[in-house]
Design a protein around this ligand. Sequence first.
Ligand SMILES: [Zn+2]
Ligand SMILES: [Zn+2]
Ligand SMILES: [Zn+2]
Length: 511
Amino acid sequence: MKSNKIAEILRNEGNSSYKERSFNDALIKYNESLCFSEVDSEHLGLAYANRSAICLELKKFEKCLKNIKLARLNNYPKSSQEVLDTREKKCLELAKKSKGNEGKKFFRLSYKPNKAIPYIIDGLEMRTNDKYGRHVITNKDLHVGDIVAIEKPFCSILLTHSNFVDVDKNNKFLRCAYCLKSNRFELVPCQGCCSAMFCPSCQQEAFESFHKYECPVMDKLLTSGSVHIALKIFFIALSAFKGSIKELQTFMNGIDKMDKNFSIFDFNISQPDNVKSYLRYMNTLTRSDGKFSIAQHEEILENHPELKEIYESNKDFIKEFLHRQCQTNDHYFHGIFGQKISSNDSRAYQDLQQSIGSGWYPFCSLFNHSCASNILRIYIDGKIALIVTRFIPSGSQLFDCYKVSFAKHSKDERQAKLLKQFNFKCDCEACEFNYPMPPHIPIKNAKLIKLAKKIEDECAQQQNINGKSFHECCKQMDANYKDFPSLELVWLQKSFAYLLLLQARHESENN
Ligand SMILES: [Zn+2]
Ligand SMILES: [Zn+2]
Ligand SMILES: [Zn+2]
């Protein structure tokens, strides 16, 4: 429950951290204080004002001005207006002197977008055959470094607690509960609960499409993991039918009879009723045949102030909906990673990223696996960017890597893992031709070994991706693709992936 008393305590804790110049800790406390402030109280204004001070310290001038505006709009005490006026003046002066360092975003599509699915490039097509089932091919040559998709999940949850992975409990005060972006200097609190913050541009849509049902039970949901996911899809579905369970039921009964081949390439994402298309598409996916307990889901609905009646009188349908959802989610929901904000300058991959949530990416889940894949996923603030890692000639299939690459795992290890986790015997090029693992892969171009060494050394100094190294890396990997697998190309691929992760962190921190 909202409480000005708690809001004030939290703000004071933030002020102590601020004095010690621990700005990230102070920011978390101010955001938490915003969540606890009662609606229309001056505590909102005070916390926004304090957040503007952090922004000024960190030279985030535009964000500073936005927070000053929010403070004024949220009852910042008239008697202290002068503090804000002075800060605003100082911010405007400093902003004038600084040469806006908001560079162009690196993660953008490399070609013009597909008209119906604007987050993928034009030129990707779906094919179906006996061997691969549904898969994606390109009808144009793709080059190393090309960004072919930047997909938002259809449904995702933010994790603040997990029994399985390491997560930051403060995520709810650092990331938008809708788009998962680490928009920590601009988040605004939900007016109902104390456990959700949103980007100003996300708040209304989030509320209308699911959070109005989430809000009264948010704390329970945040500690419920997969239960949260299934219920969230139910909330999204119910909202798409304006809360009418009867209409949702009629629709769900109807889609069972519809075309089983319906795919993401058949619908227009930009249409307003796209939730119905997603539900229809979801229904065509192969579900896990496991039995799932939905006791926890039921308990939440039975005690839900607005949904308990709907639940009581439509139990069979809702239970069936949730059970099917659990079976689908088991196959299609995957962990989402984010950049660790205050991580040290470690070079280890695992130190750059951390689990932040779970979600369903309908397009990105269309790809088959290869132990020598030709695309790479990079997570940026809840979205997945798909980047080409090897030259892909027109007409060829794009392959993702389900965690086991020949550069890191032996053939036996890969085959065993894929069989156990994904239930198939891998016959990719690396498995078929038994590619050796580094350092036993032959060198084919000694000159490139020097380059690979040089780029790896530069990675150690955390050079920006816009530097020459990245472009040189792409160019050489592309031009020498026929040498694959070779030690130098595998080495370059490693630095290539590392530089992309660094760039993702850089963009995330500049939010
Ligand atoms: Zn957002
Ligand atoms: Zn809420
Ligand atoms: Zn394989």
